[in-house]
Design a protein around this ligand. Structure first.
Ligand SMILES: [Zn+2]
Length: 156
């Protein structure tokens, strides 16, 4: 797919040192539009929209807040820890809003797998379908989110 000028500008804001030291793209050399298209297909393989994945990220984060920085049990077989780090980040897509550096770690005890995501991830997944580039230390795979968080399609 062709990358628009606007998307090229966004991609430039994702480079190392613009918003975050390491950037959002890792070693991914693809155009942003191609990253988004591929991850959209990955989410759809699980029958999920980006919004549904983001809603599940929010649900588990909100369940974990009561742990005040320690792991707490969340039914049926999760442990969730929510850590707030000082500082805030803007979204590289340039929309208004600034996001707390909150890290949520979800352990799925049934699968023996875990994943960590930030409030900015929640926003970028839900509003932009962006999971960061391949090789980014902070990339969250749509497949991992779907499986570990056990995200389910909301539609009946
Ligand atoms: Zn945004």
């Amino acid at each position: 797919m062709k990358q628009t000028i606007q998307m090229q500008r966004i991609q430039e804001r994702m480079a190392p040192g613009v918003i975050v030291r390491d950037g959002f793209l890792g070693v991914d050399g693809r155009n942003l539009v191609d990253i988004l298209t591929t991850d959209e297909a990955a989410a759809h393989r699980f029958g999920l929209s980006h919004r549904e994945i983001a809603d599940r990220m929010i649900e588990l984060r909100d369940a974990g807040i009561a742990g005040l920085g320690e792991y707490i049990d969340v039914q049926p077989h999760f442990e969730v820890r929510v850590d707030s780090v000082r500082g805030k980040l803007p979204c590289p897509f340039g929309d208004p809003g600034i996001f707390q550096k909150t890290n949520t770690t979800v352990k799925n005890l049934a699968l023996g797998r875990e994943i960590t995501y930030t409030d900015l991830h929640i926003h970028m997944v839900g509003s932009h379908g962006f999971y960061e580039g391949k090789g980014s230390a902070f990339r969250v795979e749509p497949k991992d989110l779907a499986e570990i968080l056990e995200a389910a399609p909301s539609g009946a």
